[in-house]
Design a protein around this ligand. Structure first.
Ligand code: CO8
Length: 257
């Protein structure tokens, strides 16, 4: 598949997706959306792939939605076309996706990182929702996902002032899983993705699905949902294999069945 704005590379069972619009600091336009969605659909459908890493450049993961593409649009254009609703497709990727963020992750860039399953941040990373400075608001889920991640006080301050959060504050606030020296970010993210891709595929899907359920359900419903998925995995060959492998002190040999 030919992509115009991203580079896609398979490394064993890991798909590496690199945003590649350096002239616009990887600003997210319609073509990036189309390319990313196509890459994620192909990744999800490929049984040889177990985890994806989405990354940008050293300067910018992505500096937001493409302001030049949006600036002349009116309400009828935006509402009529349900502008950027296509990002919901990216967020529906079933297999795990790690965001490896260096430099700016602003506006839609921060929102894209938060649509991934977790964020690994270089010590150079800067996160922000600066849309207020453009006279608008986040539009790809940032007001919701940021609030879930860092709580109301910090999310509200960041959305209302547009201030950026550095990597250390982002880790302390729960926005990122870990901070890594910039020159080791990609290696670390790929290694983390390999670890995930080496696990039993159905258990990987189930773990992702149940953690995400915590954002949609009450505690009671979520616990029930977890238990049903847990019970369901006892119908898989990989559960038998995983538990036999533990007893026999050897690694599991997964079939994804
Ligand atoms: N869109 C388009 N082009 C961009 C963007 C962007 N978001 N960000 C940077 N660029 C371009 C610049 O215009 C510039 O291009 P050119 O050389 O042709 O002038 C090039 O990238 C390099 O940028 P700078 O020269 O500005 O680089 P600096 O190092 O001086 O500054 C910054 C880096 C601080 C990141 C700066 O570029 C900046 O502030 N960028 C904009 C950040 C921003 O406001 N992001 C939020 C955008 S709005 C948004 O994301 C809304 C999401 C939801 C929409 C959903 C609608 C439904």
């Amino acid at each position: 598949m030919e992509y115009q704005t991203i580079l896609v590379e398979q490394r064993g069972r890991v798909t590496l997706v690199t945003l590649n619009r350096p002239q616009a600091l990887n600003a997210l336009n319609g073509q990036v959306l189309a390319d990313l969605n196509a890459a994620m659909v192909a990744f999800d459908a490929d049984p040889g792939q177990g985890c994806a890493v989405v990354t940008g450049s050293a300067k910018a993961f992505a500096a937001g939605a493409d302001i030049k593409e949006m600036s002349a649009q009116g309400f009828a254009d935006m509402y009529g076309s349900n502008f950027f609703a296509g990002w919901e497709q990216f967020a529906r990727t079933r297999k795990p996706v790690i965001a490896a963020v260096a430099g700016y992750a602003l506006g839609g860039g921060c929102e894209l990182a938060m649509m991934c399953d977790f964020i690994l941040a270089a010590d150079t990373a800067k996160f922000g929702q600066p849309e207020i400075k453009l006279g608008v608001t986040p539009g790809m889920g940032g007001s919701q996902r940021l609030t879930h991640a860092v709580g109301k006080a910090k999310a509200m301050e960041m959305c209302l002032t547009g201030r950026m959060m550095d990597a250390e504050e982002a880790e302390r606030s729960g926005l990122v899983a870990r901070v890594i020296p910039a020159d080791q970010l990609l290696d670390d993210a790929l290694k983390t993705a390999e670890t995930i891709a080496s696990m039993a595929p159905l258990a990987v899907l189930a773990n992702k699905e149940m953690v995400n359920a915590a954002f949609e359900m009450s505690l009671g419903q979520g616990v029930q949902y977890e238990r049903r998925l847990f019970h369901g995995l006892f119908g898989t060959a990989d559960q038998k294999e995983g538990m036999a492998a533990f007893v026999e002190k050897r690694p599991g040999n997964w079939t994804g069945k």
